[in-house]
Design a protein around this ligand. Sequence first.
Ligand SMILES: NC(=O)c1ccc[n+]([C@@H]2O[C@H](COP(=O)([O-])OP(=O)(O)OC[C@H]3O[C@@H](n4cnc5c(N)ncnc54)[C@H](O)[C@@H]3O)[C@@H](O)[C@H]2O)c1
Length: 270
Amino acid sequence: MKKVKIGIIGCGAIGTSLAKIIEGRLSEEFCVVAVCDAQQEKARALLGICRRAKVLDAHRLIAVSDFVIEASSAAVSYRFARQSLLAGKSILVMSIGGILGKEKGLFSISRKTGARFLLPSGAICGLDGIRALSAVGITSITMNTSKPPKALAGAAFFKSHKVDLSAIRKKTLIFSGYAAQAVRFFPQNINVVALLQLAAGPRVRVKVQIWADPALHRNVHEIDVESKAARLKISCENTASPDNPKTSYLAILSAAASLAGFSDAVRIGS
Ligand SMILES: NC(=O)c1ccc[n+]([C@@H]2O[C@H](COP(=O)([O-])OP(=O)(O)OC[C@H]3O[C@@H](n4cnc5c(N)ncnc54)[C@H](O)[C@@H]3O)[C@@H](O)[C@H]2O)c1
């Protein structure tokens, strides 16, 4: 079987972990041929894992790959997704916040070119049920996310809201609002809310509360969905990636599962 040629944009916690998985348990179906990072040394470090890969700029990486993995930043994920799909190359996007509100055009290019556009469930579960319920109407959807304060550090929100995260001693509400605002204020911390909004569809606005809790050692997402067909209560308690406290280990495993499903005729779950 011919291996699917993978290009990885973003060689941080997710890109590196996925490279290890691809070159390990997925190596019969996939092979990393190119890597790219805004910090060249991070891309070069991946060559130790991906022995047949080259360091290329994003444009050339897309040209030589069959399948692109975006694991870089919400500031550029839309651009890379568009370039890949227009070139007929399938793409798995991790920085989902960067495409929220602009997804329609990307879906349409994907359907026209046949290039697959994968948005893995990431750090949450239950998107299958939410997508199914969106057909009959969701009356409300709310997500409460609680993280250790250090997992929220550096978010754009704190430029306009003065909060001393290091002084927080008990569970504290940091943000309350809707999905579109949350991804703008917390682009690196709250991709899952963008996924929820995409799965739920435009007829319902996903409400979000973000809490900092110094007693926590995990990132916790609690999602409540109301619909005439079902009431869902989804709770995920995620261990952080050892390389990045903002990223859950489950998000990496979910991307790997999505990738494995790309070349598998069998599909479990909707
Ligand atoms: N969908 C999900 O559930 C989920 C979960 C966690 C993280 N994420 C998102 O996935 C992305 C990667 O997460 P991570 O934990 O690996 O982050 P990370 O900070 O460890 O790595 C990101 C890497 O991308 C590189 N980068 C940034 N801008 C770039 C650009 N323009 N071109 C090329 N490289 C660029 C950085 O130099 C860095 O090496 C982030 O956007 C993060 O918010 C999504």
